[in-house]
Write a protein that binds this ligand. Structure first.
Ligand code: PRP
Ligand code: URA
Length: 213
């Protein structure tokens, strides 16, 4: 894959370890949920290294008063792409319990692989927040591109996209269509199969998180 300034691929031994367990078809639904959350928390730490709105406060230690930087109140929103993105929300909420959550519902047509949007509910004032769009799988990139378009139409200017597993096809598409959006991917897989599934991937993320198959 070509390299893009707005694509960050994690290459961390701890994340690699957790993804190896996540991929295994024998890993239970409960473990899949826990792993998706844990990986998301690790990704969030890295993803928020830049671009987080901060403000200065005064803190009185037992010895003196000092000025400290803290994350600005009510400045971050999480937007999971339904369904599988829901599995990543708690992984960010453990770090930012007050982050507002918007929901974008998308499903892929199984034949054409085109995304279809069926739901959108976003928090008031989202246009002024740092928006973290989350979906464990970035395959053709259609769902991610459409979700980001929708947020831009609603006035969002600061968007980051986080996926656990990306296919080169999808990562390139989002990187090129949205050069202003940083794309964080835990691991870049080989390719898509003829049904649009990521190889080696982990199968259908929604089914594995929610036990629908
Ligand atoms: C999966 C996944 C992404 C999308 C990725 O959702 O969670 O949203 O596919 O594919 P793309 O990059 O080719 O658009 P799916 O459409 O299967 O819906 P679900 O989460 O409800 O199962
Ligand atoms: N969606 C999934 O859940 N898995 C894939 O491999 C591709 C799209």
């Amino acid at each position: 894959m070509k390299s893009y300034d707005n694509v960050i691929i994690f290459d961390h031994p701890l994340i690699r370890h957790k993804i190896a367990i996540l991929r295994d078809e024998k890993t239970s639904m409960k473990e899949v949920r826990e792993l998706v959350e844990e990986i998301t928390t690790l990704m969030t730490y890295e993803c928020l290294k830049e671009g987080v709105p901060t403000t200065e406060i005064e803190v009185k230690t037992p010895l003196e008063v000092c000025k400290q930087q803290v994350v600005k109140d009510n400045s971050i929103a999480i937007v999971p792409i339904l369904r599988a993105g829901l599995g990543m929300v708690n992984g960010i909420h453990v770090l930012f319990p007050s982050a507002r959550v918007g929901h974008i519902g998308m499903y892929r047509d199984e034949e054409t692989l085109e995304p279809h949007s069926y739901y959108c509910k976003l928090p008031d004032g989202i246009e002024d927040k740092l928006v973290l769009v989350v979906d464990p799988m970035l395959a053709t990139g259609g769902s991610a591109c459409d979700a980001i378009n929708l947020l831009k139409e609603r006035g969002c200017k600061h968007i980051k996209f986080m996926a656990i597993i990306g296919a080169p096809e999808g990562v390139s598409l989002v990187a090129e269509k949205h050069p202003d959006v940083n794309i964080y991917v835990s691991t870049l897989d080989r390719c898509l199969n003829k049904n649009g599934y990521i190889l080696p991937g982990l199968g259908d993320a929604g089914d594995r998180l929610f036990g629908t198959k």
